[in-house]
Design a protein around this ligand. Structure first.
Ligand code: NAP
Length: 286
């Protein structure tokens, strides 16, 4: 039997439509449209594409695009001054510092200047701490997008064995915490895990974010499991993920495609976070 395909493009479309409705309601209720300040430093072509897509999605959802671009040779003080300016500007609901920044800048120090309530990427220490403590806060976009996919496809989480491959601050760690918050029994794997396939085979829900093309094959999947592929790699034949999807689809119950799985959810959740941030800042809860 071939696994059901989780359609991230369709789910993301719904999330974006809901956000657009939320923006309309905010404005109709006398509030201000959320403003998203994407900050791009330098001219990395991949980052330019990512930022352009985020800006387009923000405008399509009825939000204000407050993008700022700094040249690659900007110094730390100039970059910090821009973050401080955006932090103080009431028109800015969310600040997204596009990573990676040029190598001679300290990205962590720049992130630390973003107020937690404007941290729509969920990457500041305060928001990471709130997540670790199970308290409300802005969550990182990619793992929260995975949670929406799991919910939309009615994947049971309570008491389920969940295995997360990867422990990055951006994906793996918050992913494990979000699954734990939903009462899954969570195991996190990383580059020093002794027998990856053996650990992965325990999973009812397997989330792979290792950054290695095709790392997880059919031998690492329990029959009927839900397999979420966060990886994105550009190859000669287009995009592929961290999972050997064709082989895994013969064993798994549900799988995400690459492209069209987790990827579209990341931008959708950025918009959702920006709306939440604006609502909280305008005193409307969230
Ligand atoms: P990362 O910072 O490079 O982290 C990779 C993690 O995988 C690390 O924790 C590493 O372990 C672990 N790992 C590496 N090799 C492994 C192995 N052989 N077995 C088990 N674990 C291994 O990457 P990331 O930022 O989390 O991103 C992961 C992937 O997701 C990348 O392909 C990235 O492009 C993609 N991504 C996609 C989206 C999206 O929107 N779809 C968003 C973000 C990232 P150690 O900690 O021991 O080194």
């Amino acid at each position: 039997m071939t696994a059901q395909v989780i359609d991230g493009t369709a789910v993301a479309r719904h999330v974006r439509a809901d956000v657009a409705k939320g923006v309309e309601q905010l404005v109709a209720g006398g509030g201000t449209a959320p403003g998203l300040a994407t900050v791009l430093i330098g001219d990395d072509p991949a980052s330019e594409v990512y930022v352009r897509n985020k800006r387009r999605a923000c405008v399509a959802a009825g939000m204000t695009d407050l993008h700022r671009h700094l040249p690659a040779d900007v110094d730390q003080a100039q970059a910090a001054a821009l973050v401080d300016e955006l932090a103080a500007d009431p028109a800015v609901s969310g600040i997204l510092l596009q990573l990676p920044t040029p190598a001679d800048l300290d990205a962590e120090a720049l992130l630390a200047r973003i107020p937690a309530e404007k941290d729509v990427d969920g990457l500041t220490t305060l928001n990471a701490g709130l997540l670790a403590q199970g308290r409300p806060g802005l969550r990182p976009c990619t793992p929260s997008g995975v949670m929406v996919l799991l919910d939309q496809y009615d994947v049971p989480l309570q008491g389920a064995e969940a295995v997360v491959v990867g422990r990055s601050v951006l994906v793996g760690k918050p992913m494990a915490q979000l699954l734990l918050e939903r009462n899954a029994t969570v195991t996190t794997c990383h580059s020093r895990t002794r027998d990856l396939a053996e650990v992965c085979r325990r999973a009812d829900v397997l989330v792979v974010a290792a950054g290695i093309p095709g790392l997880v094959g059919a031998d690492a999947v329990k029959p009927g499991a839900t397999v979420i592929d966060v990886g994105i790699h550009r190859g000669e034949n287009g995009l592929r993920g961290d999972v050997d999807t064709a082989a895994v689809a013969e064993v798994a119950g549900k799988t995400t495609p690459v492209p069209g799985g987790v990827g579209p959810m990341t931008i959708a959740m950025l918009l959702a976070n920006t709306l939440t941030a604006a609502e909280v800042q305008q005193g409307l809860g969230g």
